[in-house]
Design a protein around this ligand. Structure first.
Ligand code: GAR
Length: 204
């Protein structure tokens, strides 16, 4: 039985696109992207999902009166859709322990640096690349890891290094890290974890 995957997004969704393409190309073969949830109703990622014929949902954090209400709404949609694996792909909301403890080893995240560098609270999107450039590191990259109660602190699944080039700006570096690292390791990690979960489902 295929692992049912939900991808959580907030913005452009290039990582979601990499997952959709990987499913089409057979790189992801043990799971199927069954649902895409965005916290942002205007996320372009929603259009990418719709174009690929994937069901979408919006859980707008701004319309929730608390973190607990936001997370309960997410749990409701995930449960309704019998989701096995949650992939955070450019999802810009922190999830509390109340949420993450419900899904041990069932949530993965892609982060645009080599953890444990430039990660944790405040390190997201372009800020990560600004920090790497201002520190002066010569190598950065991306990490896919399990999500637990510590922001960017869960077990590492895959990492890939990317060299900094002279004249890099946060934008050029972000693009190279996405192309050379994130879009490659996220689909591979999705398959590794989906395969393990699919095998476990069959044993049950
Ligand atoms: C990606 O670089 C992703 O790694 C990063 O935001 C970008 C989203 O792009 N995520 C984080 O910083 C999470 N801590 P996308 O919407 O085009 O996939």
């Amino acid at each position: 039985m295929l692992t049912r995957i939900c991808v959580l997004v907030s913005g452009g969704g290039t990582n979601l696109q990499a997952l959709i393409d990987a499913q089409k190309d057979g790189i992801i073969k043990s799971g199927e992207i069954s649902l895409v949830i965005s916290n942002n109703p205007d996320a372009y990622a929603l259009e990418r999902a719709q174009k690929a014929g994937i069901q979408t949902a919006v859980v707008n954090k701004k319309e929730c009166s608390s973190q607990a209400e936001f997370e309960q709404k997410l749990v409701d949609v995930l449960t309704e859709n019998k989701i096995d694996l949650i992939i955070l792909a450019g999802f810009m909301c922190i999830l509390s322990e109340n949420f993450t403890s419900r899904y041990p080893k069932r949530i993965i995240n892609v982060h645009p640096s080599l953890i444990p560098s430039f990660c944790g609270k405040g390190f997201y999107g372009l800020h990560v690349h600004e920090a790497a450039l201002s520190y002066g590191v010569k190598v950065t990259g991306a990490t896919v890891h399990f999500v637990n109660e510590i922001p960017d602190g869960g077990e590492i699944i895959l990492q890939k290094a990317v060299e900094i080039e002279e004249g890099d700006t946060p934008e050029t570096l972000q693009r190279r890290v996405m192309e050379n690292a994130e879009w490659k390791i996220l689909p591979r990690a999705a398959e590794i974890v989906s395969k393990e979960m699919a095998m476990r489902k069959e044993e049950e």
